[in-house]
Design a protein around this ligand. Structure first.
Ligand code: ADP
Length: 544
Protein backbone atom coordinates (compact mmCIF):
# COMPACT_ATOMS: atom_id res chain seq x y z
CA UNK A 1 0.00 0.00 0.00
CA UNK A 2 1.39 3.47 -0.79
CA UNK A 3 2.63 5.25 2.32
CA UNK A 4 0.22 8.16 2.05
CA UNK A 5 -2.81 5.91 2.40
CA UNK A 6 -1.63 4.71 5.79
CA UNK A 7 -2.02 7.81 7.89
CA UNK A 8 -3.93 6.47 10.85
CA UNK A 9 -3.12 3.87 13.42
CA UNK A 10 -6.04 1.51 13.81
CA UNK A 11 -8.01 1.82 17.01
CA UNK A 12 -7.85 -1.35 19.08
CA UNK A 13 -10.70 -2.83 21.06
CA UNK A 14 -10.06 -1.95 24.69
CA UNK A 15 -8.15 -4.51 26.71
CA UNK A 16 -6.63 -6.28 23.70
CA UNK A 17 -2.95 -6.07 22.88
CA UNK A 18 -1.98 -4.99 19.40
CA UNK A 19 -0.17 -8.24 18.59
CA UNK A 20 -3.02 -10.37 19.88
CA UNK A 21 -5.54 -8.35 17.87
CA UNK A 22 -3.66 -8.72 14.61
CA UNK A 23 -3.07 -12.41 15.24
CA UNK A 24 -6.82 -12.79 15.78
CA UNK A 25 -7.54 -10.95 12.52
CA UNK A 26 -5.11 -13.26 10.71
CA UNK A 27 -6.94 -16.23 12.13
CA UNK A 28 -10.25 -14.80 10.88
CA UNK A 29 -8.71 -14.09 7.45
CA UNK A 30 -7.93 -17.80 7.28
CA UNK A 31 -11.62 -18.54 7.73
CA UNK A 32 -13.35 -15.95 5.54
CA UNK A 33 -10.53 -14.79 3.26
CA UNK A 34 -8.03 -11.99 3.80
CA UNK A 35 -9.87 -9.81 1.28
CA UNK A 36 -12.89 -9.84 3.58
CA UNK A 37 -11.03 -8.55 6.62
CA UNK A 38 -10.13 -4.86 6.43
CA UNK A 39 -8.19 -3.00 9.09
CA UNK A 40 -9.49 0.55 9.58
CA UNK A 41 -6.16 2.32 9.24
CA UNK A 42 -6.89 4.82 6.45
CA UNK A 43 -8.00 8.39 6.95
CA UNK A 44 -11.72 8.47 7.77
CA UNK A 45 -13.68 9.49 4.70
CA UNK A 46 -17.20 10.80 5.06
CA UNK A 47 -18.29 10.35 1.46
CA UNK A 48 -22.00 11.01 1.03
CA UNK A 49 -25.26 9.12 1.33
CA UNK A 50 -24.68 6.80 -1.65
CA UNK A 51 -20.99 6.26 -0.82
CA UNK A 52 -21.20 6.21 2.92
CA UNK A 53 -18.43 4.91 5.17
CA UNK A 54 -18.78 1.68 7.16
CA UNK A 55 -16.07 2.60 9.68
CA UNK A 56 -17.69 5.53 11.49
CA UNK A 57 -20.66 7.91 11.47
CA UNK A 58 -20.41 10.29 8.50
CA UNK A 59 -22.68 12.69 10.39
CA UNK A 60 -20.87 12.48 13.66
CA UNK A 61 -21.97 14.53 16.62
CA UNK A 62 -18.87 13.60 18.64
CA UNK A 63 -15.32 13.79 17.40
CA UNK A 64 -15.17 11.40 14.46
CA UNK A 65 -12.50 9.24 16.11
CA UNK A 66 -14.64 8.58 19.18
CA UNK A 67 -16.93 5.88 17.83
CA UNK A 68 -14.86 4.19 15.21
CA UNK A 69 -14.28 0.60 14.10
CA UNK A 70 -10.94 -1.19 14.45
CA UNK A 71 -11.68 -3.35 11.44
CA UNK A 72 -14.52 -4.20 9.10
CA UNK A 73 -15.29 -7.76 8.05
CA UNK A 74 -17.50 -8.99 5.24
CA UNK A 75 -19.26 -12.32 5.76
CA UNK A 76 -20.92 -13.94 2.75
CA UNK A 77 -23.28 -16.35 4.48
CA UNK A 78 -25.04 -17.19 7.73
CA UNK A 79 -22.32 -19.80 8.29
CA UNK A 80 -19.62 -17.14 8.06
CA UNK A 81 -21.55 -14.89 10.45
CA UNK A 82 -21.57 -17.81 12.90
CA UNK A 83 -17.82 -18.28 12.42
CA UNK A 84 -17.17 -14.59 13.13
CA UNK A 85 -19.34 -14.70 16.26
CA UNK A 86 -17.44 -17.75 17.57
CA UNK A 87 -14.16 -15.99 16.79
CA UNK A 88 -15.31 -12.90 18.72
CA UNK A 89 -16.17 -15.07 21.73
CA UNK A 90 -12.82 -16.80 21.62
CA UNK A 91 -10.87 -13.52 21.62
CA UNK A 92 -13.38 -11.40 23.57
CA UNK A 93 -13.52 -8.87 20.73
CA UNK A 94 -16.63 -6.66 20.56
CA UNK A 95 -18.40 -6.92 17.21
CA UNK A 96 -21.03 -4.60 15.75
CA UNK A 97 -23.24 -5.80 12.88
CA UNK A 98 -24.65 -3.35 10.36
CA UNK A 99 -26.77 -4.19 7.34
CA UNK A 100 -25.96 -1.26 5.08
CA UNK A 101 -24.99 1.33 7.66
CA UNK A 102 -26.89 4.31 6.30
CA UNK A 103 -28.64 4.88 9.58
CA UNK A 104 -28.24 8.66 9.17
CA UNK A 105 -29.23 10.78 12.11
CA UNK A 106 -29.07 7.79 14.43
CA UNK A 107 -25.36 6.95 14.33
CA UNK A 108 -24.70 5.77 10.77
CA UNK A 109 -22.37 2.78 10.72
CA UNK A 110 -20.55 3.68 13.93
CA UNK A 111 -20.22 1.05 16.66
CA UNK A 112 -21.17 2.09 20.20
CA UNK A 113 -17.88 0.75 21.61
CA UNK A 114 -14.78 2.30 20.08
CA UNK A 115 -12.59 -0.26 18.36
CA UNK A 116 -15.35 -2.82 17.77
CA UNK A 117 -15.05 -4.96 14.66
CA UNK A 118 -17.90 -3.96 12.36
CA UNK A 119 -19.64 -6.81 10.52
CA UNK A 120 -20.73 -5.26 7.26
CA UNK A 121 -23.40 -7.76 6.27
CA UNK A 122 -24.65 -5.73 3.34
CA UNK A 123 -21.66 -5.99 1.05
CA UNK A 124 -21.89 -9.69 0.30
CA UNK A 125 -25.23 -10.80 1.78
CA UNK A 126 -27.62 -8.93 -0.47
CA UNK A 127 -29.72 -11.58 -2.02
CA UNK A 128 -33.46 -11.25 -2.48
CA UNK A 129 -34.07 -14.90 -1.71
CA UNK A 130 -37.69 -14.94 -2.72
CA UNK A 131 -40.51 -12.70 -3.92
CA UNK A 132 -43.82 -14.54 -3.73
CA UNK A 133 -46.29 -12.88 -6.12
CA UNK A 134 -49.28 -14.80 -4.72
CA UNK A 135 -48.67 -14.40 -1.00
CA UNK A 136 -47.37 -10.81 -1.50
CA UNK A 137 -44.25 -11.47 0.58
CA UNK A 138 -40.50 -11.54 0.20
CA UNK A 139 -37.49 -12.96 2.01
CA UNK A 140 -34.37 -10.80 2.04
CA UNK A 141 -30.79 -10.69 3.28
CA UNK A 142 -29.35 -7.69 5.19
CA UNK A 143 -27.83 -5.96 2.14
CA UNK A 144 -31.13 -5.59 0.30
CA UNK A 145 -32.06 -1.91 0.14
CA UNK A 146 -35.54 -0.52 -0.49
CA UNK A 147 -34.30 0.51 -3.93
CA UNK A 148 -33.05 -3.00 -4.71
CA UNK A 149 -36.35 -4.62 -3.75
CA UNK A 150 -38.30 -2.03 -5.72
CA UNK A 151 -36.13 -2.63 -8.80
CA UNK A 152 -36.41 -6.40 -8.50
CA UNK A 153 -40.20 -6.23 -8.30
CA UNK A 154 -40.28 -3.98 -11.38
CA UNK A 155 -37.89 -6.26 -13.24
CA UNK A 156 -40.11 -9.26 -12.63
CA UNK A 157 -43.09 -7.29 -13.90
CA UNK A 158 -44.99 -7.69 -10.65
CA UNK A 159 -47.04 -4.52 -10.98
CA UNK A 160 -49.46 -5.79 -8.38
CA UNK A 161 -46.83 -5.61 -5.60
CA UNK A 162 -45.76 -2.48 -3.73
CA UNK A 163 -42.78 -1.88 -1.45
CA UNK A 164 -42.76 0.61 1.41
CA UNK A 165 -39.67 2.86 1.48
CA UNK A 166 -38.80 5.22 4.34
CA UNK A 167 -37.88 8.90 3.69
CA UNK A 168 -34.59 7.79 2.14
CA UNK A 169 -34.63 4.62 0.05
CA UNK A 170 -30.97 3.61 0.16
CA UNK A 171 -31.05 1.92 3.55
CA UNK A 172 -31.39 -1.76 4.34
CA UNK A 173 -34.85 -3.23 4.74
CA UNK A 174 -33.59 -5.36 7.62
CA UNK A 175 -31.62 -2.51 9.26
CA UNK A 176 -34.55 -0.11 9.09
CA UNK A 177 -37.07 -2.68 10.30
CA UNK A 178 -34.90 -3.80 13.23
CA UNK A 179 -34.53 -0.17 14.28
CA UNK A 180 -38.33 0.16 13.97
CA UNK A 181 -38.14 2.72 11.19
CA UNK A 182 -41.25 3.69 9.25
CA UNK A 183 -42.48 4.21 5.71
CA UNK A 184 -45.41 6.09 4.24
CA UNK A 185 -47.75 3.65 2.52
CA UNK A 186 -50.39 1.89 4.63
CA UNK A 187 -47.60 -0.68 5.29
CA UNK A 188 -45.49 1.98 6.99
CA UNK A 189 -44.98 0.19 10.29
CA UNK A 190 -42.14 -1.98 9.06
CA UNK A 191 -41.76 -4.00 12.20
CA UNK A 192 -45.48 -4.86 12.19
CA UNK A 193 -45.18 -5.86 8.53
CA UNK A 194 -42.24 -8.24 8.82
CA UNK A 195 -42.80 -11.97 9.13
CA UNK A 196 -40.03 -14.30 10.25
CA UNK A 197 -36.38 -13.85 11.14
CA UNK A 198 -33.27 -15.97 10.87
CA UNK A 199 -30.98 -15.02 13.75
CA UNK A 200 -27.40 -15.85 14.70
CA UNK A 201 -27.19 -15.68 18.48
CA UNK A 202 -24.22 -14.11 20.30
CA UNK A 203 -22.92 -17.60 21.12
CA UNK A 204 -22.99 -18.66 17.48
CA UNK A 205 -26.14 -20.81 17.17
CA UNK A 206 -28.61 -19.99 14.40
CA UNK A 207 -32.40 -20.26 14.68
CA UNK A 208 -35.54 -19.19 12.85
CA UNK A 209 -38.51 -17.48 14.45
CA UNK A 210 -42.23 -18.05 13.93
CA UNK A 211 -43.17 -20.69 11.36
CA UNK A 212 -39.53 -20.84 10.29
CA UNK A 213 -38.91 -23.15 13.24
CA UNK A 214 -41.08 -25.85 11.67
CA UNK A 215 -39.07 -27.87 9.14
CA UNK A 216 -40.77 -27.79 5.75
CA UNK A 217 -43.17 -24.98 6.69
CA UNK A 218 -44.40 -22.85 3.79
CA UNK A 219 -45.94 -20.13 5.98
CA UNK A 220 -42.79 -18.48 7.37
CA UNK A 221 -43.58 -15.22 5.57
CA UNK A 222 -47.37 -15.34 5.96
CA UNK A 223 -47.90 -16.08 9.66
CA UNK A 224 -45.48 -14.21 11.89
CA UNK A 225 -46.14 -15.90 15.21
CA UNK A 226 -45.64 -19.68 14.97
CA UNK A 227 -46.10 -21.37 18.32
CA UNK A 228 -44.89 -20.39 21.77
CA UNK A 229 -43.44 -17.08 22.93
CA UNK A 230 -43.12 -14.52 20.14
CA UNK A 231 -39.35 -14.12 20.14
CA UNK A 232 -38.94 -11.62 17.27
CA UNK A 233 -39.47 -8.61 19.54
CA UNK A 234 -36.23 -9.04 21.43
CA UNK A 235 -34.21 -8.69 18.22
CA UNK A 236 -35.45 -5.20 17.39
CA UNK A 237 -33.66 -2.22 19.01
CA UNK A 238 -31.42 -4.58 20.92
CA UNK A 239 -28.10 -6.42 20.86
CA UNK A 240 -29.32 -9.98 21.26
CA UNK A 241 -28.69 -11.40 17.81
CA UNK A 242 -27.59 -10.87 14.22
CA UNK A 243 -30.44 -11.09 11.75
CA UNK A 244 -29.31 -12.84 8.57
CA UNK A 245 -32.71 -13.22 6.84
CA UNK A 246 -36.06 -11.52 7.26
CA UNK A 247 -39.47 -12.00 5.72
CA UNK A 248 -41.45 -8.93 4.71
CA UNK A 249 -45.04 -8.58 3.59
CA UNK A 250 -45.73 -6.54 0.46
CA UNK A 251 -48.72 -4.32 -0.12
CA UNK A 252 -51.13 -5.03 -2.96
CA UNK A 253 -51.21 -2.28 -5.55
CA UNK A 254 -54.39 -0.46 -4.46
CA UNK A 255 -55.49 0.28 -8.00
CA UNK A 256 -54.94 4.01 -7.88
CA UNK A 257 -53.49 6.67 -5.61
CA UNK A 258 -53.60 10.40 -5.26
CA UNK A 259 -51.44 12.71 -3.16
CA UNK A 260 -52.89 15.77 -1.52
CA UNK A 261 -51.46 18.73 0.28
CA UNK A 262 -53.05 21.25 2.60
CA UNK A 263 -51.51 24.36 4.07
CA UNK A 264 -52.46 25.97 7.37
CA UNK A 265 -51.70 29.55 8.21
CA UNK A 266 -50.80 29.91 11.84
CA UNK A 267 -48.62 28.02 14.27
CA UNK A 268 -51.61 28.14 16.68
CA UNK A 269 -53.65 26.08 14.21
CA UNK A 270 -51.69 23.05 15.36
CA UNK A 271 -53.90 21.93 18.26
CA UNK A 272 -57.15 22.10 16.31
CA UNK A 273 -55.58 20.31 13.39
CA UNK A 274 -54.19 17.46 15.49
CA UNK A 275 -57.64 16.97 17.05
CA UNK A 276 -59.09 16.75 13.53
CA UNK A 277 -56.41 14.31 12.38
CA UNK A 278 -56.88 11.81 15.26
CA UNK A 279 -60.29 10.36 14.40
CA UNK A 280 -59.57 10.51 10.67
CA UNK A 281 -56.37 8.57 11.09
CA UNK A 282 -57.69 5.98 13.56
CA UNK A 283 -60.66 5.29 11.30
CA UNK A 284 -58.32 5.02 8.30
CA UNK A 285 -59.82 7.87 6.30
CA UNK A 286 -56.25 9.17 6.45
CA UNK A 287 -54.66 5.96 5.21
CA UNK A 288 -50.94 6.50 5.58
CA UNK A 289 -48.68 8.09 8.20
CA UNK A 290 -50.04 11.59 8.48
CA UNK A 291 -47.22 14.09 7.93
CA UNK A 292 -47.60 17.58 9.24
CA UNK A 293 -44.46 19.58 8.58
CA UNK A 294 -43.41 23.08 9.41
CA UNK A 295 -43.00 25.10 6.23
CA UNK A 296 -39.35 25.82 7.09
CA UNK A 297 -38.59 22.20 6.13
CA UNK A 298 -40.22 22.65 2.77
CA UNK A 299 -38.04 25.72 2.30
CA UNK A 300 -34.89 23.91 3.45
CA UNK A 301 -35.54 20.82 1.33
CA UNK A 302 -35.12 22.98 -1.76
CA UNK A 303 -31.44 22.43 -1.02
CA UNK A 304 -30.27 26.05 -0.69
CA UNK A 305 -28.24 27.12 2.35
CA UNK A 306 -30.03 29.20 4.98
CA UNK A 307 -27.92 32.20 3.97
CA UNK A 308 -29.94 32.33 0.74
CA UNK A 309 -32.87 33.53 2.83
CA UNK A 310 -31.28 35.09 5.89
CA UNK A 311 -27.87 36.63 6.49
CA UNK A 312 -28.45 37.93 10.00
CA UNK A 313 -27.27 36.38 13.24
CA UNK A 314 -29.27 34.01 15.42
CA UNK A 315 -32.06 31.70 14.31
CA UNK A 316 -34.04 32.55 11.21
CA UNK A 317 -36.91 34.88 12.21
CA UNK A 318 -40.53 33.87 11.61
CA UNK A 319 -41.22 36.80 9.32
CA UNK A 320 -38.36 35.72 7.04
CA UNK A 321 -39.77 32.19 6.91
CA UNK A 322 -43.23 33.51 6.01
CA UNK A 323 -41.93 36.00 3.46
CA UNK A 324 -39.93 33.21 1.82
CA UNK A 325 -42.84 30.75 1.84
CA UNK A 326 -44.98 33.41 0.15
CA UNK A 327 -42.67 33.32 -2.88
CA UNK A 328 -42.86 29.52 -3.22
CA UNK A 329 -45.51 27.29 -4.80
CA UNK A 330 -46.82 26.38 -1.33
CA UNK A 331 -47.63 30.01 -0.54
CA UNK A 332 -47.36 31.59 2.88
CA UNK A 333 -48.30 29.19 5.68
CA UNK A 334 -46.92 27.54 8.82
CA UNK A 335 -47.94 23.88 8.54
CA UNK A 336 -48.12 21.66 5.50
CA UNK A 337 -49.98 18.36 5.51
CA UNK A 338 -48.77 15.74 3.02
CA UNK A 339 -51.07 12.76 2.53
CA UNK A 340 -52.27 10.21 0.03
CA UNK A 341 -55.57 8.56 -0.76
CA UNK A 342 -55.49 5.01 -2.14
CA UNK A 343 -57.79 2.98 -4.35
CA UNK A 344 -59.86 3.60 -7.48
CA UNK A 345 -61.13 7.12 -8.13
CA UNK A 346 -64.61 6.73 -6.63
CA UNK A 347 -63.17 5.37 -3.38
CA UNK A 348 -60.58 8.14 -3.22
CA UNK A 349 -63.18 10.80 -3.87
CA UNK A 350 -65.25 9.61 -0.96
CA UNK A 351 -62.33 9.82 1.48
CA UNK A 352 -60.90 13.03 0.03
CA UNK A 353 -64.29 14.69 0.41
CA UNK A 354 -64.40 13.90 4.12
CA UNK A 355 -60.80 15.06 4.59
CA UNK A 356 -61.46 18.30 2.75
CA UNK A 357 -64.50 19.14 4.86
CA UNK A 358 -62.67 18.35 8.09
CA UNK A 359 -59.41 20.15 7.27
CA UNK A 360 -61.28 23.24 6.10
CA UNK A 361 -62.75 23.65 9.55
CA UNK A 362 -59.37 25.21 10.33
CA UNK A 363 -59.54 28.86 9.36
CA UNK A 364 -57.38 29.69 6.38
CA UNK A 365 -56.81 26.02 5.42
CA UNK A 366 -56.05 25.70 1.74
CA UNK A 367 -55.81 22.70 -0.53
CA UNK A 368 -52.92 23.16 -2.94
CA UNK A 369 -53.71 21.80 -6.37
CA UNK A 370 -50.85 19.43 -7.30
CA UNK A 371 -51.22 20.49 -10.93
CA UNK A 372 -49.79 23.89 -9.92
CA UNK A 373 -46.61 22.36 -8.48
CA UNK A 374 -43.41 22.09 -10.53
CA UNK A 375 -41.82 18.66 -11.04
CA UNK A 376 -38.99 19.28 -8.57
CA UNK A 377 -41.31 20.40 -5.75
CA UNK A 378 -40.87 18.35 -2.57
CA UNK A 379 -44.56 17.33 -2.78
CA UNK A 380 -43.65 14.92 -5.59
CA UNK A 381 -41.00 13.27 -3.45
CA UNK A 382 -43.68 12.59 -0.82
CA UNK A 383 -45.91 11.39 -3.62
CA UNK A 384 -43.32 8.84 -4.77
CA UNK A 385 -42.56 7.58 -1.27
CA UNK A 386 -46.22 7.22 -0.29
CA UNK A 387 -46.80 5.18 -3.44
CA UNK A 388 -43.89 2.83 -2.75
CA UNK A 389 -41.22 4.43 -4.96
CA UNK A 390 -37.90 4.99 -3.13
CA UNK A 391 -36.49 8.51 -3.19
CA UNK A 392 -33.57 10.65 -1.94
CA UNK A 393 -34.93 14.21 -2.16
CA UNK A 394 -35.40 14.45 1.62
CA UNK A 395 -31.67 14.66 2.26
CA UNK A 396 -31.38 18.06 0.61
CA UNK A 397 -32.10 19.97 3.77
CA UNK A 398 -28.66 19.06 5.17
CA UNK A 399 -27.37 21.81 2.87
CA UNK A 400 -29.02 24.29 5.24
CA UNK A 401 -25.66 24.80 7.01
CA UNK A 402 -22.09 24.17 5.81
CA UNK A 403 -20.89 20.56 6.41
CA UNK A 404 -24.49 19.84 7.28
CA UNK A 405 -25.30 16.84 9.44
CA UNK A 406 -28.52 15.99 11.20
CA UNK A 407 -29.63 14.27 14.34
CA UNK A 408 -33.20 13.61 15.45
CA UNK A 409 -35.27 14.12 18.57
CA UNK A 410 -38.25 11.76 18.21
CA UNK A 411 -40.67 11.66 21.15
CA UNK A 412 -43.95 9.75 21.02
CA UNK A 413 -47.22 11.19 22.28
CA UNK A 414 -50.97 10.68 22.01
CA UNK A 415 -52.59 12.39 19.02
CA UNK A 416 -53.82 15.33 21.02
CA UNK A 417 -53.54 19.04 20.45
CA UNK A 418 -52.39 19.70 24.01
CA UNK A 419 -49.53 17.18 23.70
CA UNK A 420 -48.46 18.61 20.36
CA UNK A 421 -48.33 22.10 21.83
CA UNK A 422 -46.45 21.03 24.94
CA UNK A 423 -43.78 19.15 22.97
CA UNK A 424 -43.43 21.92 20.45
CA UNK A 425 -42.95 24.53 23.17
CA UNK A 426 -40.33 22.60 25.11
CA UNK A 427 -38.36 21.82 21.97
CA UNK A 428 -38.56 25.33 20.62
CA UNK A 429 -37.26 26.78 23.86
CA UNK A 430 -34.19 24.52 23.77
CA UNK A 431 -33.61 25.27 20.08
CA UNK A 432 -33.74 29.01 20.74
CA UNK A 433 -31.29 28.67 23.63
CA UNK A 434 -28.88 26.64 21.49
CA UNK A 435 -29.29 28.81 18.39
CA UNK A 436 -30.71 26.18 16.01
CA UNK A 437 -33.41 26.77 13.41
CA UNK A 438 -36.43 24.71 14.35
CA UNK A 439 -37.50 21.85 12.00
CA UNK A 440 -40.53 20.07 13.51
CA UNK A 441 -42.67 17.46 11.77
CA UNK A 442 -45.52 15.49 13.30
CA UNK A 443 -45.93 11.94 12.01
CA UNK A 444 -49.15 10.29 13.06
CA UNK A 445 -48.76 6.49 13.12
CA UNK A 446 -52.20 5.21 13.98
CA UNK A 447 -53.06 5.92 17.62
CA UNK A 448 -49.94 7.87 18.48
CA UNK A 449 -47.76 10.46 16.87
CA UNK A 450 -44.02 10.93 16.72
CA UNK A 451 -42.74 14.44 16.72
CA UNK A 452 -39.59 14.31 14.61
CA UNK A 453 -37.31 17.30 15.02
CA UNK A 454 -34.12 17.27 13.03
CA UNK A 455 -31.30 19.45 14.29
CA UNK A 456 -29.15 20.40 11.32
CA UNK A 457 -25.65 21.33 12.41
CA UNK A 458 -22.16 21.98 11.07
CA UNK A 459 -20.31 18.75 11.85
CA UNK A 460 -16.91 20.36 11.38
CA UNK A 461 -17.58 22.83 14.17
CA UNK A 462 -16.97 21.29 17.62
CA UNK A 463 -18.94 24.08 19.29
CA UNK A 464 -22.03 23.42 17.13
CA UNK A 465 -21.72 19.68 17.70
CA UNK A 466 -21.61 20.24 21.45
CA UNK A 467 -24.57 22.62 21.22
CA UNK A 468 -26.61 20.04 19.28
CA UNK A 469 -25.77 17.39 21.83
CA UNK A 470 -26.70 19.63 24.77
CA UNK A 471 -29.95 20.65 23.07
CA UNK A 472 -30.91 17.00 22.54
CA UNK A 473 -30.03 16.03 26.08
CA UNK A 474 -32.20 18.83 27.45
CA UNK A 475 -35.13 17.94 25.21
CA UNK A 476 -34.97 14.26 26.21
CA UNK A 477 -35.04 15.19 29.89
CA UNK A 478 -37.72 17.86 29.49
CA UNK A 479 -39.91 15.46 27.52
CA UNK A 480 -39.43 12.62 30.01
CA UNK A 481 -40.43 14.96 32.84
CA UNK A 482 -43.78 15.42 31.02
CA UNK A 483 -44.17 11.67 30.35
CA UNK A 484 -42.89 11.50 26.77
CA UNK A 485 -40.28 8.99 25.56
CA UNK A 486 -38.36 8.58 22.30
CA UNK A 487 -39.28 5.83 19.82
CA UNK A 488 -35.70 5.61 18.55
CA UNK A 489 -32.53 7.53 19.17
CA UNK A 490 -28.97 8.25 18.12
CA UNK A 491 -26.22 5.91 19.30
CA UNK A 492 -24.73 8.47 21.68
CA UNK A 493 -28.07 9.16 23.37
CA UNK A 494 -29.13 5.57 23.92
CA UNK A 495 -28.07 5.41 27.57
CA UNK A 496 -29.98 8.56 28.38
CA UNK A 497 -33.13 7.51 26.53
CA UNK A 498 -33.02 3.99 28.00
CA UNK A 499 -32.69 5.65 31.40
CA UNK A 500 -35.99 7.48 30.94
CA UNK A 501 -37.85 4.14 30.70
CA UNK A 502 -37.28 3.63 34.40
CA UNK A 503 -40.66 2.61 35.85
CA UNK A 504 -40.45 0.50 39.02
CA UNK A 505 -36.78 0.99 39.75
CA UNK A 506 -35.60 0.37 36.17
CA UNK A 507 -37.39 -2.96 35.98
CA UNK A 508 -37.31 -2.96 32.17
CA UNK A 509 -33.54 -2.48 32.00
CA UNK A 510 -33.01 -5.14 34.65
CA UNK A 511 -35.00 -7.54 32.48
CA UNK A 512 -33.02 -6.50 29.37
CA UNK A 513 -29.75 -7.06 31.21
CA UNK A 514 -30.86 -10.48 32.39
CA UNK A 515 -31.59 -11.44 28.79
CA UNK A 516 -28.28 -9.98 27.65
CA UNK A 517 -26.30 -11.97 30.19
CA UNK A 518 -28.11 -15.18 29.31
CA UNK A 519 -27.77 -14.79 25.54
CA UNK A 520 -24.36 -13.12 25.38
CA UNK A 521 -22.35 -14.25 28.41
CA UNK A 522 -19.09 -12.88 26.99
CA UNK A 523 -20.69 -9.56 26.07
CA UNK A 524 -19.33 -9.48 22.51
CA UNK A 525 -22.37 -8.35 20.51
CA UNK A 526 -22.93 -4.59 20.07
CA UNK A 527 -22.20 -3.74 23.71
CA UNK A 528 -24.17 -0.69 24.82
CA UNK A 529 -26.56 -0.61 21.88
CA UNK A 530 -29.94 0.73 23.07
CA UNK A 531 -28.42 1.26 26.51
CA UNK A 532 -28.00 -2.48 27.14
CA UNK A 533 -24.56 -3.22 28.51
CA UNK A 534 -23.30 -6.74 29.06
CA UNK A 535 -21.98 -7.72 32.48
CA UNK A 536 -18.34 -7.29 31.46
CA UNK A 537 -18.93 -3.59 30.71
CA UNK A 538 -21.63 -2.67 33.22
CA UNK A 539 -20.85 0.01 35.76
CA UNK A 540 -17.38 0.64 34.35
CA UNK A 541 -17.92 4.07 32.93
CA UNK A 542 -19.04 3.14 29.42
CA UNK A 543 -22.38 4.90 29.67
CA UNK A 544 -22.68 8.34 28.10
P1 ADP B 1 -29.79 1.30 7.30
O1 ADP B 1 -28.63 1.19 6.39
O2 ADP B 1 -31.03 0.67 6.82
O3 ADP B 1 -30.06 2.69 7.78
P2 ADP B 1 -28.20 -0.02 9.29
O4 ADP B 1 -27.61 -1.14 8.57
O5 ADP B 1 -27.34 1.15 9.59
O6 ADP B 1 -29.51 0.45 8.60
O7 ADP B 1 -28.85 -0.58 10.64
C1 ADP B 1 -29.25 0.22 11.69
C2 ADP B 1 -28.78 -0.39 13.00
O8 ADP B 1 -29.51 -1.61 13.23
C3 ADP B 1 -27.33 -0.81 12.98
O9 ADP B 1 -26.50 0.20 13.50
C4 ADP B 1 -27.29 -2.05 13.87
O10 ADP B 1 -27.10 -1.70 15.23
C5 ADP B 1 -28.66 -2.64 13.71
N1 ADP B 1 -28.63 -3.72 12.71
C6 ADP B 1 -28.66 -3.54 11.38
N2 ADP B 1 -28.67 -4.71 10.75
C7 ADP B 1 -28.64 -5.67 11.68
C8 ADP B 1 -28.66 -7.09 11.63
N3 ADP B 1 -28.74 -7.71 10.47
N4 ADP B 1 -28.63 -7.76 12.79
C9 ADP B 1 -28.61 -7.10 13.97
N5 ADP B 1 -28.59 -5.77 14.07
C10 ADP B 1 -28.61 -5.04 12.94
Amino acid sequence: KPQKERQRLPVLPQGIEREAFFAALDELSGQIGAENVEVNDKPLKDGWYMEHPNTHDMMTILDEEELVASAVVYPSSTGEVQAIVRWANKHLIPIYPISIGRNLGYGGAAPRVRGSVVLDLGKRMKQIINIDPDDHTCLVEPGVSFYALYEAIKEKGYDHLWTDPPDLGGGSIIGNTLDRGVGYTPYGDHWACHSGLEVVLPTGEVFRTGMGALPGSNTWQTFPYGFGPYSDGIFSQSNYGIVTKMGMTLMANPGGHESFMYTFQKEEDLAQLIEIIRPLRISNILENVAQLRHVIQTIAVRGQPRTTYYQGSGTIPDDVVHATAATLPTGDCTWIYYGMAYGPAHIRQHKLGIIDAEFKRVRGARRVDPATLPADEYFWSRDRIASGVPDLHELRWVNWVPNGAHVAFSPVSPIRGADAERLLALARRRHDDAGFDFFPAFCVGLREMHLIIEIVFDRDDPERRAAAMACLRHMIDDAAACGYGEYRTHLVLMDQVAGTYSWNDNALMKFNEKLKDALDPNGILSPGRCGIWPKRYRGRGWEM
